[in-house]
Design a protein around this ligand. Structure first.
Ligand code: COI
Length: 367
């Protein structure tokens, strides 16, 4: 199978006007507005990937018996396009998203997509809708590649054989309107996000559907986000909301970073990986390990743990300020974003927005 396809291009005859677009870009919110075009690529067991199209953004006809509606066979990715100081546009580590989508696809019995086709699809959409890439500091064009089963069949004994891969794009501001102010988190004891042997490390829509009740419980408890613990002992800390978690021990030149290791139940975040590579270059040793709820509380109470933050593509870095559980509660630091969290955030943002050098080769210029 070829690694690329020729795209059939149909331009949107009624794109959003320049005035409407400017109004949207002035206050984009997060994930609420979409650009003028989208990409669709079909897959069938007989033909492989075919029928690659760039077309006007809009509803797609779907058969009510399509397997995705019944058995939730759906995967997605998330990455961003950033406007550079010279007006050009870059994406960030797109091949890493492509590779992760393919790992997710394996777990969900879905077809892998050639990495180059994944990146070509993103580039074509960003190039076509380049005027939608914001130039406001901290804003970006959020790209959402996703894939789902379209096979018309209710049986489950043979896996789906037809799929649709799509990319849509959404101009976006800050994920949390409150910005980088620390969030409060609720330790979920009743719900689990992922179990050993399950789908936790796949970026599978169902993982997110299964998390909504836990998130709703967190909000009911007066918290902003839910912390997921391991499903077996409800003791080991795994993730926060849809983000990976990072713990800063110590401060100044003695600081170090710990993040829960990828055990199969955690998502291998691109931002997580970038933090693990950036931090040592800023003099901050890193460790992928294990931390229990008890250790987290004791570490904060003794002052050993100085900062905690969630990290992901959408929010980048989201400091955690307070923790609440059924029978416990504690604070982290002084309720302000920690110095190390902010330094790591600035470094990463600087690379993404082209205001700092990129010694890692992470920034991917539009070809
Ligand atoms: C991310 O943190 O990048 C996410 O995956 C969030 C998304 C589910 C809205």
């Amino acid at each position: 199978m070829s690694d690329t396809l020729e795209f059939e291009i149909t331009r949107n005859e009624r794109p959003v006007t320049a005035g409407e677009r400017a109004a949207i870009l002035a206050d984009p919110g997060w994930g609420r507005h979409f650009t003028d075009h989208m990409v669709t690529i079909r897959y069938s067991a007989e033909r492989g990937w075919h029928d690659a199209k760039l077309e006007p953004y809009g509803p797609i006809p779907m058969d009510p018996a399509a397997q995705v509606f019944h058995y939730a066979q759906e995967l997605f990715e998330g990455l961003k396009a950033y406007r550079q100081p010279d007006g050009s546009i870059v994406t960030f580590r797109p091949y890493m998203n492509a590779a992760r989508m393919n790992r997710s696809a394996k777990r969900m019995a879905m077809p892998e997509i050639p990495e180059q086709l994944f990146v070509d699809a993103i580039e074509l959409l960003v190039r076509t809708d380049k005027d939608w890439v914001p130039d406001t500091e901290g804003h970006s064009l959020y790209l959402r590649p996703f894939m789902f089963a379209t096979t018309r069949a209710l049986g489950v004994n043979s896996p789906a054989s037809e799929f649709l891969f799509m990319v849509i794009a959404s101009p976006s501001g800050l994920y949390y309107p409150r910005g980088i102010k620390p969030v409060s988190v609720w330790l979920s004891q009743d719900y689990s996000r992922a179990a050993p042997g399950g789908t936790g490390e796949a970026k599978f829509g169902g993982n997110y559907a299964a998390s909504f009740a836990g998130q709703a419980e967190a909000v009911q408890q007066g918290c902003d986000q839910v912390v997921w613990l391991d499903a077996v002992e409800h003791r080991w800390v795994e993730e926060v909301g849809s983000m990976n978690l990072m713990f800063v021990y110590g401060s100044g030149s003695k600081a170090r970073l710990l993040t829960p290791a990828l055990t199969g139940t955690l998502l291998a975040g691109v931002t997580r990986d970038s933090m693990l590579k950036l931090a040592p270059d800023l003099g901050l040793p890193t460790e992928e390990g294990k931390i229990s709820v008890d250790e987290w509380q004791a570490g904060c109470e003794s002052g050993e743990i100085t900062e905690v933050f969630g990290c992901g593509t959408a929010a980048i870095i989201s400091p955690v300020g307070w923790v609440k559980g059924r029978d416990r509660a504690w604070t982290i630091g002084d309720g302000e974003p920690g110095e190390i969290s902010m330094r790591l955030r600035q470094e990463l943002i600087g690379i993404q927005y082209g205001t700092r050098p990129d010694p890692y080769g992470w920034v991917h210029k539009l070809s």
